[in-house]
Design a protein around this ligand. Structure first.
Ligand SMILES: [Zn+2]
Length: 361
């Protein structure tokens, strides 16, 4: 079972220079290989493009000597990423043709652990090619074999490392509990047990501040030092919000997985909902899709089951008591479900989650 752990790292001056070089070379080789493939496609159009042999990063090293200064695994992984993007495109055109990597936001590279070249020792991590070890803040321990790691620098300037670990799978003891979870706008989630997970207040506060900072930024003169400073401020707060939100999602998903054997959630078509402007921001905030991904991988880790309700399942319109379907409840402002057939009165979201829970039976 592969698990990813993300930690902050604190490279010193010399290490920062090396990382910048590696980010640059990785981006360069990716773009160079892509450009060469496009060129060869234009020259040999009638040849089956997928069967063509392309040069490897090593073959570029004679022409571009400085590529030798960085981790060759980083370059090999850049090629693998390009191959993957190519394969995706030829399999399914909706992926789009691979794009060139632009400078900002692509400060990242992946390396592999080959025979213990990557390890952590007394709060420092050893990476291939780099002689000194980088300081790491390891807030969680893990057991298992390190497979690969991805080093990245975010726009605020901080560095992170995501470590992929092959660890043994530990299943939780089985339980009979099955739960339906209704994801909402006002509250993040409500379960069929009546448990409410609220959107944290500090998140709302940070978002208000972000709107203000973004306004400040837009007023600063282009290319000015003040604009640069304002941009870093925005990037830092943006990261903070992403972290706060992720913490919340981790907490809720772990709690649900610990307690329940089967969890049923809706198949939310975010693209449909996002057309409604008022809802759009909140939907982005609560990150339902990120939550679903977390639930699914944690279920795999711990031996639980996630059921996604079919998208035509009208969980908010059905009466969880008698099964009657009423279309009046499409109005989201109405918080109470009143059944015109059996007379049941219930909180709209709890009713919806109870209907979801039925899919687990
Ligand atoms: Zn009813």
């Amino acid at each position: 079972m592969l698990k990813a752990y993300k930690f902050r790292i604190y490279p010193n001056e010399e290490q920062r220079v090396y990382l910048a070089k590696t980010f640059g070379c990785t981006r360069f080789i990716y773009n160079k290989m892509l450009a060469d493939r496009i060129k060869s496609y234009e020259e040999n159009k009638d040849l089956a493009i997928r069967t063509m042999k392309y040069p490897t990063p090593a073959q570029y090293k004679n022409e571009f000597q400085w590529l030798k200064e960085v981790d060759s695994l980083a370059l090999a992984n850049a090629q693998m990423n390009l191959d993957k993007a190519y394969k995706n495109f030829f399999r399914d055109k909706s992926f789009g043709f691979p794009k060139f990597k632009k400078k900002i936001s692509t400060n990242t590279y992946t390396t592999n652990n080959q025979n213990g070249t990557v390890y952590i020792e007394s709060s420092h991590i050893k990476l291939p090619k780099l002689k000194s070890m980088i300081k790491i803040k390891q807030h969680r321990q893990f057991e298992g074999l390190i497979k690969s790691c991805t080093v990245s620098q975010v726009p605020s300037g901080k560095y992170y490392i995501s470590i992929l670990v092959d660890c043994e799978n530990i299943e939780l003891p089985k339980t009979d509990k099955k739960v339906g979870v209704d994801l909402g706008i006002k509250e993040f989630a409500i379960t069929s047990d009546g448990e409410v997970f609220k959107n944290p207040k500090h998140l709302k506060k940070s978002e208000k501040r972000l709107a203000k900072l973004q306004k400040d930024l837009s007023r600063k003169e282009k290319g000015s030092n003040n604009r640069r400073k304002a941009r870093i401020k925005v990037a830092k707060l943006y990261e903070k919000i992403a972290n706060q939100r992720r913490n919340m999602l981790h907490k809720v998903s772990t709690q649900l997985i610990n307690k329940n054997q089967v969890i049923v959630i809706e198949d939310l078509k975010v693209s449909n909902l996002i057309k409604n402007h008022k809802l759009a921001k909140s939907i982005a905030d609560v990150s339902w899709s990120e939550f679903r991904i977390m639930l699914e991988y944690k279920a795999k880790w711990y031996g639980r089951e996630i059921i996604i309700a079919p998208s035509n399942y009208a969980s908010s319109q059905l009466c969880s008591n008698c099964g009657n379907q009423s279309s009046q409840t499409k109005d989201l402002s109405c918080r109470t479900y009143i059944c015109p057939v059996c007379g049941m009165i219930m909180d709209r979201d709890i009713n919806a989650s109870k209907n979801l829970q039925k899919l687990a039976m």
